[in-house]
Design a protein around this ligand. Structure first.
Ligand code: ADP
Ligand code: MG
Length: 338
């Protein structure tokens, strides 16, 4: 036998051994009223279809715990119960509630997972949009039911329990949902032994390892001007979670005024300032997703002071007289692609 075919054989077997390891896998889908995409630099055990099925099943399960749009989700059943009893809740939901309460305390109530009545009053959330601006009395009535101090997370052995002081308290975890979902998908991929992935659940990103080209993952922080292909900055997450909240994606106009879906619990009204987006980098997407919303409530100056005092990696886009301006903390700098 001449060496040639052997070399050929060797090469083909080497190639077939290598090929699956470099073949990227990508799936996309919808969840929580938005989109998600998962990209792996490697194949998934069972293939793309198996990945899609497992990710979808996981997100459906999570929604069944924390979606206020599902009448029989755990959160909806808690909201419907007009009592002060301790209700058992699943541990995944408890983790999200816990993060909501912690971030609520740290931000002195600016992140408030009980702000739902105000969200609904201003026309965001499961109820309809208002045809006119809510009046003072309606805002005051809604605020009676709002406040993180009215919500109590406890434990009985392994079982998490949730109770409320006000019968009409309304829990709204939607601002943490994307982060929680992104973390849950990351846990699934980690468990399957996947070393290189990028998970994007709307504004909440998790990543690990490298992209299909063997390079660091890169994600764009989008320019709010909405110009096709425009962006403000490129981030290399380096295995960390990145979450962005913005006032420019979800809003409506009424009588010439723009109303954001982010509510300032101090006023009971939608935010009104020049901060258009806040991006936070932390180890988990759940944590980043909690603080990006809180920073959006604060506005540009307070958000920057808060981030600096806590040495957080934060990137803000602020609307200035001459267009949009990026401001970031020193902790964010190592993640900015040059
Ligand atoms: P974005 O789409 O900008 O990333 P999210 O979807 O993460 O924002 O969060 C916005 C949602 O959070 C609102 O639709 C509302 O349900 C809820 N929300 C609004 N204001 C607050 C607040 N101050 N604290 C907690 N949740 C809020
Ligand atoms: Mg958020």
């Amino acid at each position: 036998m001449s060496p040639r075919p052997l070399l050929f054989l060797l090469l083909t077997s080497l190639l077939s051994a290598c090929q699956p390891a470099t073949e990227p896998t990508r799936i996309e889908g919808r969840t929580m009223g938005t989109f998600y995409a998962v990209t792996l630099a490697d194949p998934f055990p069972g293939g793309q279809q198996a990945l899609q099925q497992q990710v979808d099943a996981l997100l459906v399960k999570l929604n069944h715990e924390i979606s206020t749009y599902e009448p029989d989700s755990d959160i909806s059943r808690f909201n419907q119960a007009k009592d002060a009893l301790a209700h058992p809740i699943p541990s995944d939901m408890a983790k999200i509630v816990e993060q909501g309460i912690t971030a609520g305390q740290v931000t002195k109530g600016l992140l408030d997972v009980t702000v739902g009545p105000l969200v609904n009053l201003w026309g965001f959330g499961p109820d309809k949009r208002p045809v006119k601006t809510p009046d003072e009395a309606a805002i005051a009535a809604a605020r009676e039911r709002v406040g993180i101090d009215k919500l109590h997370l406890t434990r009985q052995g392994e079982q998490f329990m949730l109770s409320k002081d006000h019968p009409d308290l309304y829990l709204d975890l939607s601002t943490l949902g994307e982060g929680a979902g992104s973390d849950a998908v990351a846990a699934l991929l980690d468990k399957a032994g996947i070393q290189n992935y990028l998970i994007e659940l709307a504004g909440a990103v998790r990543s690990k390892g490298h992209n299909p080209k063997g390079k660091p993952w890169r994600i764009a922080i989008v320019d709010p001007s909405d110009k096709p292909g425009a962006f403000q900055g490129i981030v290399t997450p380096k295995g960390m979670a990145v979450s962005t909240a913005g006032s420019y994606r979800n809003y409506y106009e009424l009588d010439g005024q723009r109303y954001s879906h982010i509510i300032d619990p101090r006023t009971g009204r939608p935010i009104a300032h020049k901060l258009v987006s806040a991006t936070v980098i932390t180890p988990t997407a759940l944590e980043a997703d909690a603080y990006d919303t809180a920073l959006m409530v604060m506005g540009p100056d307070e958000a920057m002071a808060f981030a600096k005092a806590r040495q957080m990696a934060v990137y803000l886009i602020v609307k200035g007289d001459k267009g949009f301006e990026a401001r970031y903390t020193p902790q964010f700098e190592p993640y900015l692609a040059k």
